[in-house]
Design a protein around this ligand. Structure first.
Ligand SMILES: [Zn+2]
Length: 463
């Protein structure tokens, strides 16, 4: 026999469970759906009872954009269209693009009910993995681009790296880049205000729809369309692994997208029938983001290190500067001799952790007429010595004196920075010559001379 107390207790429990299921479905489940779920979980009930419980809690289900059955079908279709690589968030984005605004929670519930889980991208033979679309590879330029993607995606979490980027975050970064390049469609030429990316395109993306020879013969709207089409990434797989990271490639790419990569019809350097390099969307986005992590002049300069803490800092600073440069416009000017190296020492000085790897300065141009790639490396012990020296005000002042002492007319005070990346032992040779020339017996200079000599001895230990 059921007592009144038992009925009340059951009603109380039902009310509680209804609220839990309501929350679990992110407020998108109505009374009928909740009744169905509770019944399947061993608490038989009906729509009316659930509706009463919902009223008691003041719960009202948000409207679904489509009848539930139809929405379920759309979610499953979108999931399968992407070969199961899309998670709930990405499926929700795709549906919103198709005019069906639906929350990530609702999509997640539908996928869970149907036992569907995103497979994410797979490397060859690695099985299912949990990573997102971007991987850090052994290619320094791709690595710089991958870290630049983080900044463009607006991710500012020191605990995260590019491999943690979600598809939606990569989409955000790609949209920022696409807008920057598409906006050049309205510009007459590289002298127009704000034409930074148009001018830079000859250096970075020659033969692209941004600067194609027939550019001026077509109206701006059509130029924009062509640029946007170029920057719309294929979503399917071409059935081969990415040449950089091994994930599924989405297409074949060449010089237009890969700095110094051989394109299909570029001069006679590509074997007939060669289609370029297969790239995945993550590597393609990273290479498109690379210029943001570079100082852009008639040559692009990137600072790279296998020390990811440093690379994050260096790229983050550079992306900010490059975007400012893009706003300021003006012609691309070549930096003075040693200016890029001096700027690199500035970044090194601001780094607050010991270096675990060398620091490289990479200069490149993808220009049709004068393609160029060169790397200068600062060995880890020297990088760490410079970091420590520059962070201590007293030794930094002595180093500054040393820099002025060995300055040459070509690069002035940047001579030391220039030599540090090319021939650091010449810093010592030059210093020894100058120190010897300082007048002996000059009491004012004696202390300075001793400090300079001490600094040189400490430098000699790391060379
Ligand atoms: Zn890749």
């Amino acid at each position: 026999m059921t007592t009144r107390a038992q009925i009340l207790a059951r009603q109380e429990m039902l009310t509680q469970r209804v609220a839990e299921v309501f929350d679990e479905f992110g407020g998108r489940a109505g009374a009928a759906r909740i009744a169905e779920v509770l019944t399947s979980r061993g608490l038989p009930t009906n729509k009316q009872a659930v509706r009463l419980a919902m009223r008691k809690h003041g719960l009202r289900a948000a409207r679904l954009p489509l009848p539930r059955e139809e929405l379920t079908e759309r979610v499953i279709a979108t999931f399968h269209t992407q070969r199961g690589e899309f998670g709930a968030r990405r499926v929700a984005i795709e549906l919103a693009r198709d005019g069906v605004p639906v929350s990530e929670a609702t999509v997640a519930n539908i996928l869970r009910e149907r036992g569907l889980r995103a497979q994410h991208y797979r490397g060859p033979g690695t099985g299912p993995t949990q990573h997102g679309p971007v991987r850090l590879t052994s290619n320094p330029l791709q690595r710089v681009g991958a870290w630049a993607l983080m900044v463009l995606a607006g991710v500012d979490d020191p605990g995260r790296g590019p491999e943690s980027l979600t598809p939606a975050e990569v989409d955000t970064a790609v949209a920022v880049m696409s807008t920057d390049v598409a906006d050049t469609a309205d510009m007459q030429d590289t002298k127009a205000p704000g034409s930074f990316w148009l001018a830079a395109s000859y250096l970075l993306w020659p033969n692209s729809p941004m600067n194609h020879a027939g550019r001026t013969k077509i109206p701006p709207a059509q130029r924009r369309q062509r640029i946007q089409r170029w920057r719309t990434y294929p979503t399917g797989s071409i059935g081969v692994p990415c040449s950089l990271c091994g994930l599924d490639a989405c297409g074949w790419y060449g010089k237009v997208d890969i700095p110094l990569g051989a394109p299909i019809h570029h001069h006679n350097t590509t074997p007939p029938g060669h289609q370029g390099q297969p790239l995945c969307p993550g590597c393609l986005a990273s290479l498109h983001a690379l210029p943001y992590g570079c100082h852009i002049s008639p040559t692009a300069y990137a600072l790279h290190s296998w020390d990811d803490h440093f690379l994050r800092r260096a790229v983050t600073q550079q992306v900010g500067q490059t975007r400012e440069q893009a706003q300021a416009s003006g012609p691309l000017k070549a930096p003075g001799r040693g200016a890029r190296e001096a700027a690199a020492l500035g970044v090194i000085a601001r780094h607050d952790q010991p270096f675990t790897s060398d620091v490289e300065l990479i200069g490149f141009s993808n220009n049709n007429r004068d393609p160029y790639l060169r790397t200068w490396a600062l060995a880890q012990p020297l990088a760490e010595w410079l970091r420590c020296t520059l962070r201590d005000p007293r030794s930094a002042a002595t180093l500054d004196q040393l820099a002025h002492m060995i300055a040459t007319p070509e690069s002035n005070a940047n001579t030391l920075a220039w030599l540090a990346f090319r021939a650091p032992d010449r810093i010592l040779t030059a210093a020894a010559g100058r120190l010897g020339a300082i007048g002996l017996g000059n009491e004012i200079d004696a202390r300075t001379t001793a400090e300079l000599a001490g600094l040189c001895i400490s430098l000699a230990r790391v060379l």
